[in-house]
Design a binder for this molecule. Sequence first.
Ligand code: SF4
Length: 197
Amino acid sequence: MKLRVFNIIKNTKVEGPGNRYCIWVQGCSRHCRGCQAVHTWSHKGGELYDVEVILDDIFNQKDKIEGVTFLGGEPFEQAEALGIIAQKVKEKGLSVLCFTGGKLEELRENQINKKLLDNTDLLIDGKFIEKLTDYSRPWCGSSNQRYHFLTDRYNEEIFTKYKNKVEVNISKNGQIFMNGMGNFDEILRKVDLMGIK
Ligand code: SF4
């Protein structure tokens, strides 16, 4: 089974509780206005990874991470492959956080999503809606998005324990990759003013 991937960060602190292995899937049909991840929309871009290769890589990080985060792109457009990853990850005692532009009730109607939903601890659902932009809650960007605690691994404590943050990675050749949640345009302007963009 293959997964089409836009990017992987093996250890980040800004995409869910604790340190996490983070997979941005490639491909999203939702096309939300104001989406900050337009480059993940195409279903032809990115790179195809074998699920077993990703699992080996995750397990190599096992002692340094609390869990794995799926975002994108639309994770539920590749629910089968991510369901396999989520199940194996959970068996090793790691947690799973998954984002979706869909709604939990609709996702539950499609049997293909079952394994991924059954192995997700925290699901953050709902489209990004530009006019409802709100960075006050951790990891998400608009106030309509909902947090579903699908297991007892996490609970409402996350709202006081974690704040939205971004990480800015600048590669040796000067390429900037920013992740986390916040006003990226504003942050990039500040980086530019510092003369390092
Ligand atoms: S679901 Fe996510 S990736 Fe897809 S368009 Fe909406 S915000 Fe962008």
